[in-house]
Design a protein around this ligand. Structure first.
Ligand code: AMP
Length: 361
């Protein structure tokens, strides 16, 4: 158990690190952010900050020496960085989940090996392989880069085989995976926390609505089809967490289909679809992640009151903050990013135990 006053290192300096940092402070810990970027909205609220490259070993070693445990909030931290740090300080969760989640092919194979259900998929290492994959999987399908895709980037839909050239060009000709198009009713996530002793707790699943490939809202209670499939999806995620001997918060994204829950992808970290837990659950995903990696008892993940709605503030949405502040039942989170860009997550708003009042749009 880390004593109060201990220092938690976080790799990555975005809004997830900011909210982890605030939760750590509440529990009496200090936080040290390590990230290469000049702007860090996490470092603004934490005690220590190293702005350095992911492969700067002297800086990494100094960071490890200054921390009692290290975690990450950014899923594209190089695995070598995490392995290097793990030679100097406890890193939780470990590198394995990160390594699998960074590679869409490895991720799908891992889940299938554990008996999970995924979309049909085939590897597409080059353009020629795309034709073979399309012949096997059929259209419609989605072509996704194996690495570095997020928020709908690095993806192209293929409605007919004739779309193959355009799709290959859209994703930049990188090594890819072709997935059969899943006819889903709804999208949902399972967010769990696993302690050092292996105890697992789950938050309730929200229904997640995406716009342009980016999460727009996460709401509870979700529709019946999600409630009916939540237990099976939870069992799948618990199996994954156990197989990885995972410590901390782990997220799985699923499609609710007629055939049951279909695993889409996992994130070895706190997740945007869990931001509602700050006000909507007894213990937030951020606090329980800190508790888990610090070896403290886990807090209850129970939902406090329904309904709950979390809405992302993306790009120009940030201009509605004054309206949201005028809504008595709205909790506003502004990430304090200086640059407003289309598609950039700049904040979020949560209504917990109350439906959104006057339409904020
Ligand atoms: P991803 O980056 O894998 O989370 O994909 C972004 C979004 O694209 C998902 O949230 C879905 O809305 C959609 N999507 C991804 N994969 C599939 C699929 N195999 N079938 C249908 N829709 C998909």
């Amino acid at each position: 158990m880390l004593p109060p006053g201990a220092t938690i290192g976080i790799l990555g300096g975005g809004q997830l690190g900011r909210m982890l940092g605030l939760a750590a402070a509440q529990l009496g810990f200090k936080v040290h952010i390590y990230a290469p970027d000049a702007e860090s909205v996490a470092a603004e609220v934490t005690a220590h900050h190293s702005q350095a490259a992911w492969d700067d070993e002297p800086r990494l070693a100094a960071f490890a020496a200054a921390c009692d445990v290290v975690t990450f909030e950014f899923e594209n931290v190089p695995v070598d960085t995490v392995r290097f740090l793990a030679g100097h300080v406890a890193v939780r969760p470990g590198a394995l989940g990160l390594e699998i989640a960074q590679d869409r092919l490895a991720e799908k194979r891992f889940v299938v090996d554990l008996g999970g259900r995924t979309a049909p998929f085939a590897p597409v290492p080059d353009r020629a392989a795309l034709d073979a994959a399309l012949a096997e999987i059929g259209a419609p399908a989605i072509l996704k880069t194996v690495r570095m895709g997020y928020d709908g980037k690095g993806q192209a839909r293929i409605a007919r085989p004739q779309d193959a050239d355009r799709a290959w060009e859209t994703i930049g000709g990188h090594a890819a995976i072709l997935e059969g198009f899943v006819a889903f009713e709804h999208e949902f996530s399972v967010i769990l926390v696993r302690g050092i002793d292996g105890e697992i707790r789950f938050w309730d699943s929200s229904v997640n609505v995406h716009e342009g490939g980016i999460l727009a809202t996460a709401s509870l209670p979700p529709p019946r089809s999600i409630l009916d499939q939540q237990d099976e999806a939870r069992a799948m995620m618990a199996q994954i967490a156990d197989a990885l001997d995972y410590v901390g918060v782990l997220t799985g994204e699923f499609f609710a289909t007629d055939a049951g829950p279909v695993f889409n992808e996992m994130a070895p970290r706190v997740h945007n679809s869990g931001h509602w837990t700050i006000e909507g659950a007894v213990t937030s995903q951020f606090e329980n992640h800190i508790r888990a990696i610090a070896g403290l008892p886990l807090g209850s993940a129970a939902t406090r009151a329904l309904p709950v709605v979390m809405r992302n503030l993306i790009g120009a949405d940030i201009a509605i903050v004054p309206d949201l502040l005028a809504d008595d039942r709205c909790h506003v989170h502004h990430y304090s990013k200086t640059e407003v860009r289309e598609g950039r997550k700049l904040g979020h708003a949560t209504w917990a135990g109350a439906a959104p009042g006057a339409s904020p749009a």
